[in-house]
Design a protein around this ligand. Structure first.
Ligand code: SF4
Length: 403
């Protein structure tokens, strides 16, 4: 077994990218590893989750637990919300453990060997449970920007393959089923889950081997798409630029909709886009907007570091006035005879702030009868979106949809 490198070229967490774009792993080597406050916050939140899970599932003394929690709470990025998210994570794990007929084996932060499927591959599972014929793996996600689905998720499948390999010497062929859950409590109260037979999982593992080898050996094939979002080379990738700058199949019409032979494209295309073309454009334009934002961020960073982006400069953005000494300003008004009622607004905290303060459970117990959720306005979403399709007829009947 080769010794895993500190950074695997093909990580499980980036599998959705290198499975789609086999050029990405080597291309990304051109760019430095970045870190962000979000990533550091995520690491701290993971540590709290791990501590809570160890407390729940292992024999950890209260003294050790309190000492470790105190240390974590002293971290500069610590937020009270991390206690609520770690509690939700452990509640999910407990629910999973209870679904076994006998208490399962539970292990946290398990390093798994993925070299049977991806060269030099390894990963770390947040939690593995094994019992009866089922292996369950859980991944905690702290991010709240992008919901991560467990369905057909290659990172989860790779972790499951690594966990199967790890536990095979102990459990032999008794494990027949694998279930996978992603717990992302800042975005959803319910974990996203997927399940498959061990047979199906092993077949999937075999199916990705040639792609993994191509991505590992390089140079691979550039293939832009939604997976570019977290690629380290996304700002300066020529393939991505060509993809979004092109839109060639929709060109060929001037602003009045006339076709030009010179374009070589579209001479036989009608001036009006079809709904199928609109659908295609909607998908591409979403990526285009993300690409434009990435370019802006890259150019801003380059100019801040003193590099030149021809035709562009940095200017001072808009800002709002603020009191340099709010207490002093208030005192001045009070001294001048203004009543407190004219200076202060007394208003309750928002629903979200109250829920954060009380925790979901207490909030539900005390305040759920006071909560109402009006119907949202019709919003465009891809057909794959899990929400039920909006029904204009029913909405009209209920008086929704017209503003
Ligand atoms: S930006 Fe997209 S196309 Fe370019 S290397 Fe990264 S994943 Fe591949």
């Amino acid at each position: 077994m080769p010794t895993p490198n500190a950074h695997a070229l093909l990580s499980a967490s980036s599998a959705h990218r290198w499975l789609a774009c086999t050029a990405a792993p080597h291309f990304e080597e051109n760019f430095p590893d970045g870190t962000s406050t979000y990533a550091e916050e995520g690491t701290l939140a993971h540590s709290i989750c791990e501590l809570f899970a160890r407390k729940k599932f292992t024999a950890m003394s209260a003294r050790k637990y309190n000492a470790e929690l105190k240390k974590l709470k002293e971290q500069p990025l610590y937020q009270e919300e991390m206690i609520a998210t770690a509690t939700a994570y452990v509640e999910y794990l407990t629910e999973k453990a209870m679904s076994y007929t006998k208490a399962p084996h539970v292990a946290m932060e398990v390093r798994v060997d993925l070299t049977d499927y991806i060269p030099d591959g390894f990963g770390t599972c947040d939690c593995i449970m094994v019992g009866g014929d089922t292996l369950h793996i859980t991944d905690y996600k702290h991010g709240k920007g992008v919901p991560v689905s467990a369905e057909s998720n290659p990172q989860m499948r790779l972790y499951a393959l690594g966990a199967l390999r790890l536990y095979k010497p102990i459990y032999g062929d008794t494990i027949k089923r694998v279930s996978m859950g992603i717990c992302q409590p800042r975005l959803s109260d319910t974990a996203s889950e997927d399940a498959m037979s061990v047979e199906e999982l092993l077949a999937w593992g075999e199916s990705i081997k040639p792609t993994a080898k191509e991505a590992y050996d390089g140079p691979g094939t550039f293939c832009p798409g939604d997976h570019c979002r977290f690629c380290k080379g996304k700002d300066l990738c020529r393939a991505r630029a060509a993809y979004y700058a092109g839109f060639s199949e929709f060109m060929g019409a001037d602003i009045e909709g006339r076709m030009t032979e010179a374009d070589g494209l579209g001479a036989d295309l009608p001036p009006i886009l079809s709904n199928a073309e609109v659908a295609d454009l909607l998908i591409k334009a979403e990526g285009l907007a993300a690409w434009y934002k990435d370019l802006q961020e890259y150019a801003t960073g380059a100019l801040l570091s003193g590099d030149e982006i021809p035709g562009f400069k940095l200017v001072e953005g808009r800002s709002n006035r603020a009191f340099s000494d709010l207490d002093g300003a208030v005192k001045t008004l009070l001294d001048a005879g203004y009543a407190e009622a004219m200076i202060y607004d007394r208003k309750p905290k928002t629903l979200t702030e109250m829920e954060k303060m009380l925790g979901k459970k207490t909030f539900a117990e005390l305040l759920s009868t006071f909560v109402t959720k009006p119907k949202g306005k019709p919003t465009l979403a891809p057909a794959s979106d899990k929400r039920e399709a909006f029904n204009p007829g029913a909405a009209e009947f209920e008086g929704v949809g017209n503003g």
